[in-house]
Design a protein around this ligand. Sequence first.
Ligand code: KG4
Ligand code: ZN
Length: 343
Amino acid sequence: MEPYILGIESSCDDTSVAVIHGNKILANVTANQHIHRAYGGVVPELASRAHQQNIVPVVNAALEEAKLTPDQLSAIGFTSGPGLLGSLLVGTSFAKSMALSLGIPLIDVNHMQAHILAHFIEHAAMQPPAFPFLCLTISGGHTQLVRVDDFFTYQVIGETIDDAAGEAFDKAAKIMGLPYPGGPLIDKYAQLGNAETFSFAKSRVAGYDYSFSGLKTSILYFLQKKVRENPDFVKENLYDLCASIQHTIADMLFEKLEQAAAHLRIKHIAIAGGVSANSEIRLRLKAKTDWHTYIPAFEFCTDNGAMIAMAAYYHYRKGYEASLNTVASARMSVEQSKDKPFS
Ligand code: KG4
Ligand code: ZN
């Protein structure tokens, strides 16, 4: 019989809990933390405090939605890293207590693997990728090109050497005076603008690595100059600015993705992570008719408990169980599960 797994995600500013049966989602409940908006970015101390407040109600809501009682669960999965340590500790401690009290396996999950494994959630709008595939994981904390050979074998082909793609969106938005997180707003306004209006410097980095910090500086200097000439410049050009910035980020992402796919001769290409919710990136990937492309449903792009439960499911099936001494870590490579002891 397929297991019932509860997955807990608390690596950043979303407390999200899902219950799955096999690879079917029974519930996926998320509490977003709006408190960070006032600060223009995630404040780690406030994030861990909000996780403490949210975790019990969100777990209860997920179980209620799944119409299950805790004693029906087969295992508890939780994000053990990478992420903000204080935030991770809330989910880790809660997951340990719950697994211990129910006498069921505890499964630590790598957040970056979970973003990729979200593709295997059973969903009408999604087809699971065929192995090997190349996944462009683009989030607020990471930008990576990962070769995925099976559920447990990941190889980083390239990654950002400074800012992540999500940070590039959020920092550009902040420069324009938009609230955090700015990525979804840039996407929304870009749909009303012309992407050819402004051009920004694209950093050149060797191999398949990325660099986005130069773009932020280029936007900052450009806008400082324009605002000196006309204080209403951003307001008057917001849609074109958003479209041009989004287009530049998408160009940078696709350039390396195309080169890596050609070099590795992989035609199965997936995107994952919060920035994969971006409409231009989704459209550009869909337009690649020479590739088999895999785009997650919106609800599985940004951080969610379902992807954690899904990753836990594949480890559970292999007989893996974490020790109660497992610790959360702020840094953790997506390649890490090679070292897990499967029974
Ligand atoms: O994966 P995620 O939810 O959290 C991390 O693990 O970081 O990604 C959050 C990032 C933020 O930077 C947010 O601005 C960005 O994803 N994001 C978007 C869009 N939706 C979320 N960026 C561009 N366009 C979007 N539609
Ligand atoms: Zn994430």
